[in-house]
Design a protein around this ligand. Structure first.
Ligand SMILES: *[C@@H]1O[C@H](CO)[C@@H](O)[C@H](O)[C@H]1NC(C)=O
Ligand SMILES: *[C@@H]1O[C@H](CO)[C@@H](O)[C@H](O)[C@H]1NC(C)=O
Ligand SMILES: *[C@@H]1O[C@H](CO)[C@@H](O)[C@H](O)[C@H]1NC(C)=O
Ligand SMILES: *[C@@H]1O[C@H](CO)[C@@H](O)[C@H](O)[C@H]1NC(C)=O
Ligand SMILES: *[C@@H]1O[C@H](CO)[C@@H](O)[C@H](O)[C@H]1NC(C)=O
Ligand SMILES: *[C@@H]1O[C@H](CO)[C@@H](O)[C@H](O)[C@H]1NC(C)=O
Ligand SMILES: *[C@@H]1O[C@H](CO)[C@@H](O)[C@H](O)[C@H]1NC(C)=O
Length: 875
């Protein structure tokens, strides 16, 4: 007995010695390798191979478990469970799929109805959520058209998301803090659509991966509270090196090469050292922050040391400009021979992030990793790009001018709606204007502002019916619109809901209607509705230019208070407008319904209606390029109206007075409030012969058949295009009879090959033949007799973009109109056109965000994640 115990003790002691030695060795190895643990074992580790009956082992050794093993985590919405179709179906790709495709993308799970995974969480804290999407072909479902939303318990990951391009595998990566003991991942298909996912990863991440503190770039200072944000990885680059795959990254991250993001790659030289030279510091960077392979390669300045070495290395990445970003830069001085030789400046979007960064002093050595986090506020993202620059410090003479960057991460921060995609929060409420639009928006003044609230007009229908029908243009009526809903079955955008809703129920519905203004505020803004502040008059009342307390200019549309039946329409318009957000639509900022007033407050458009810049005023003429850009902007706005919501919205009164310009000549469509907003109650006032619109712009088919489609807008837009080209009104009764109607006249001239003759003489000499041909082709197609023969706004947009491109390349060769040339010449045609096609395909939610910040959506928000599968396979 005693002997047995002793033996056991001996064995235990020996065992503990072995353990100790092992531990010691481990530590020793760690120290040799740089002093930090280089591996991480996630407490939660769910890898789901959705839709597949089999496990899949991927290259880096991780096993994605088969779908059936997660059946117990999956639930569908209880409300729908009664229906058999509410069970999610799965679908597999036929064996004809290319064998190079990662196994994960071979199968997908399809959700017909709102469905969720509920994953138990062992250890709360930061977790990766990685989602893989590929729209597999299937007999019964078209996954390319599947549009859906994915949310966690409190974060919107994707909103109105779809993978249209069936050649791309889309990978989305999020880092979110899970605070409870379960995570719900909810898939909500849009109406008449399904949702799908090919693979899901839900994996614990080290809590110290992202610290709470960073440097704010604009304004410069400390940024506290990163822990409060959910993150989406937008870019993660191994600068100057090859792709680093999950195999070489213990957190299964992928680091892409940076080449395609470098603005002037010739100015950069790759540098690489063996990974064992990299020494992780005692505190700070660890292999979890970024693996050896990231720090062991860098870009430095090429030919540094020559006569004029003073330039920046620049990386440019497109981002959604309505979000703020966390930017993590990784540095490791693998270029210097001695300490204190390398000083350089770091800029983020042109703002100095670090001046005279001296890595060797910060890290007390060479080849020691260092990283720095910056928060770039959305307000500092001027044109949809994050620009990182490193360049030599000019005032430190002792060193050779050089600058380096080893790694770069750009992560999107969730917005105040708790969303990483759009302005809806996870409970479905819209938070678009929550954070004080008058502060965050560059609100522009709006003369011709959206006067045309259908609704308000409708309340005056009775009056209008007695009124003399206006003939041709009436400048004073810039804002007026006299369209009536013709076909109430098509006027269902707001459906019967709006009929019964009371105003307060809208206000309380969670739909954010923008700022509420008190009557006094608006009185102050307009000097008590001073007649001198009137910038437009319409049937519904007057439009005033106002200035809010903070100096923001706004256009204030005041409904005629004497009308009592307008309240519904007023509500309808607010409800409709508050849902429409786009850079090329005039924004509603707020409203006031105090003392039965019906007042809408819009952004002010400083330069007023497009028409005033074309003819009949003393304003300086627009260049051809400006005109093209304006048309493109307007086309975008209309495209968004047509495609941006499930049912689509028809503007019905497209004309040059309803296209307004802000102080940067950015075109915004106004008056869309009257679009299709036909509550059923209007049936009574519906006059069968009342095809109304603006003469000269009216779709002949609409006129004949009284059926309104988007193609009616396309027709009107065609007239606008000729109006812009020829700088004359759509109808000019003063001209000889065959010339009165611009649409007819232009078609006629074009058929005769005489279009040159009718071009605005001011620009005639500056237009290249190619650009003109493209443009006229688009305009003419728009004017096709039958709607079916007319292109969609998306196609028109594409044509106009090409016209701009064709002009752009031509003017580079022959600087005829460079005086007006925009700044976007430095991009290849193909790229731009492709990008614009992508832009044209953007869904409502993608574009909806754009109102918050005054930036160009030209900058090509990448539709898919930058990490396409192709790059994974590039190894
Ligand atoms: C769908 O998944 C189930 C298990 O979840 C599996 O038995 C079935 O074969 C799958 N169907 C297809 C078409 O892959
Ligand atoms: C699937 O939907 C996409 C996008 O809506 C469309 O372009 C494509 O033609 C559709 N494919 C089929 C087979 O219906
Ligand atoms: C996650 O959230 C909890 C609760 O808000 C907080 O205490 C914790 O610090 C957060 N963790 C991280 C890594 O952000
Ligand atoms: C990944 O790690 C292996 C050794 O584990 C190494 O041979 C390889 O070069 C690494 N790949 C990259 C891209 O760094
Ligand atoms: C480098 O970029 C910064 C910020 O954009 C700029 O201020 C600076 O002039 C640039 N330096 C050189 C040499 O171009
Ligand atoms: C960005 O700036 C705005 C206005 O200054 C501020 O309200 C917002 O919180 C900032 N966002 C971030 C992420 O810093
Ligand atoms: C965006 O800004 C960056 C730097 O400010 C500039 O290099 C780039 O050309 C701009 N892009 C566009 C489309 O204006």
């Amino acid at each position: 007995m005693g002997g047995g115990t002793r033996t056991r003790r001996l064995i235990e002691r020996q065992l503990s010695l072995v353990v100790f030695i092992l531990l010691f060795l481990t530590c020793f190895v760690d120290v040799v390798l740089g002093g930090s643990s280089s591996s991480f074992t996630p407490a939660d580790n769910y890898l789901v191979n959705c839709g597949s009956p089999n496990d899949a082992v991927v290259d880096d050794g991780r096993t994605f478990k088969s779908d059936p093993q997660f059946a117990s985590y999956l639930s569908t919405d209880e409300d729908i469970l009664t229906s058999i179709t509410s069970f999610p179906n799965n679908v597999s790709l036929s064996s004809s799929a290319s064998s190079s495709v990662l196994p994960l993308y071979l199968t997908a799970r399809i959700f017909h109805h709102e469905s969720m995974y509920r994953f138990p969480i062992i250890r709360p804290g930061r977790h990766w959520i990685r989602l893989h999407f590929y729209p597999l072909t299937h007999l019964s479902y078209n996954l390319s058209s599947a549009t859906f939303t994915i949310t966690t318990d409190d974060i919107v990951l994707l909103h109105g998301f779809s993978v249209k391009d069936s050649t791309k595998m889309v990978f989305k990566e999020y880092l979110i803090n899970i605070t409870s003991d379960k995570l719900t991942l909810k898939f909500s298909p849009m109406k008449n659509s399904v949702a799908f996912v090919n693979a899901i990863e839900l994996v614990s991440a080290p809590d110290d991966l992202i610290s709470d503190l960073a440097s704010a770039v604009s304004p410069v200072g400390d940024f506290n509270g990163l822990n409060n944000y959910a993150l989406e990885v937008s870019y993660r680059l191994n600068v100057g090196g090859p792709i680093v795959t999950p195999k070489n990254d213990t957190l299964s991250r992928t680091w892409l090469p940076d080449g395609q993001f470098m603005v002037f790659p010739e100015g950069a030289k790759n540098v690489a050292v063996p990974t064992d030279m990299i020494q992780y510091p005692k505190g700070g960077a660890t292999p979890l922050i970024a693996p050896y392979w990231v720090y062991a390669t860098a870009d430095q300045m090429a030919d540094s040391g020559t006569a004029d070495p003073n330039f920046n290395l620049t990386w440019e990445m497109s981002v959604d400009p309505s979000f703020s970003y966390l930017i993590r830069l990784h540095f490791c001085d693998i270029v210097s021979k001695g300490l204190n030789e390398l000083y350089f400046n770091v800029y983020v979007n042109g703002i100095t992030g670090v001046s005279s960064l001296d890595l060797s002093t910060l890290t007390s050595g060479l080849a020691i990793p260092y990283y720095k986090d910056f928060v770039l506020n959305a307000s500092a993202i001027s044109n949809g790009t994050v620009v990182i620059q490193v360049g030599p410090t000019s005032n430190v003479q002792s060193s050779l001018p050089n600058a380096i960057l080893n790694g770069l991460e750009v992560m999107k921060l969730s917005n105040s709606a708790g969303s990483l995609d759009g302005l809806f929060s996870s409970d479905g409420t819209y938070r678009g204007l929550k954070s004080g639009p008058t502060v965050t928006m560059k609100v522009a003044a709006g003369i011709g502002l959206a006067l045309g609230a259908v609704a308000l007009l409708l309340l005056l229908i009775g009056i209008l019916r007695w009124q003399k029908r206006p003939k041709g243009y009436e400048k004073q009526k810039t804002f007026s619109s006299w369209l009536l809903p013709l076909n109430s079955s098509q006027c269902s955008f707001l459906s019967s809901k709006s009929k019964s809703t009371t105003f307060s129920s809208i206000v309380n519905s969670g739909l954010n209607l923008g700022r509420y203004f008190t009557l006094n505020e608006l009185r102050d803004a307009t000097k008590n509705f001073d007649e001198k502040a009137v910038v437009g008059v319409g049937g519904f009342g007057k439009v005033y230019l106002g200035e809010l307390e903070d100096g923001t200019k706004v256009a204030i549309k005041r409904g005629n208070p004497s009308s009592s039946q307008g309240i519904n329409e007023f509500q309808t318009e607010i409800q409709l407008l508050s849902k429409l957000r786009h850079r090329h639509l005039v924004s509603l900022i707020g409203y006031c319904d105090e003392q039965s007033e019906m007042i809408l407050v819009y952004e002010y458009m400083a330069y007023g209606p497009l028409r005033d810049h074309l003819y009949g005023s003393t304003l300086p003429p627009l260049s051809w390029r400006q005109r093209l850009e304006i048309c493109i902007g307007a086309a975008r706005g209309l495209h968004y109206l047509h495609t941006g919501s499930t049912q689509g919205i028809i503007h019905r009164d497209v004309k040059t007075t309803n296209i307004l310009l802000d102080e940067n000549f950015v075109a915004k469509v106004s008056d869309f409030g009257l679009s299709k907003a036909g509550p059923a109650s209007l049936d009574q006032t519906h006059v069968s012969t009342a095809v109304k619109g603006s003469f000269g712009y009216l779709d002949p088919e609409y006129f004949r058949r009284q059926q309104l489609t988007e193609k009616s807008d396309v027709y009107s837009f065609g007239v606008v295009l000729f109006e812009v080209l020829c700088a004359r009104p759509a109808l000019d009764p003063a001209l000889p009879r065959d010339q009165v109607n611009l649409a007819e006249f232009a078609k006629q001239q074009n058929a005769k090959g005489c279009i040159q003759k009718i071009i605005d003489p001011i620009i005639a000499g500056t237009i290249t033949q190619e650009s003109l041909t493209k443009y006229v082709e688009a305009a003419e197609k728009c004017l096709a007799e039958y709607g079916v023969d007319r292109p969609s706004m998306g196609d028109v947009l594409w044509h106009l973009e090409s016209a701009l491109q064709l002009q752009g390349t031509a003017s580079a060769a022959n600087s005829a109109d460079n005086q007006y040339a925009g700044e976007d010449d430095d991009e290849s045609d193909g790229k731009k056109i492709k990008r614009d096609i992508e832009a044209a395909g953007k869904s409502i939610e993608e574009t909806r965000d754009e109102m918050v910040v005054d930036v160009s959506d030209d900058s090509g928000v990448v539709v898919a994640s930058p990490m396409f599968l192709e790059t994974f396979q590039g190894r």
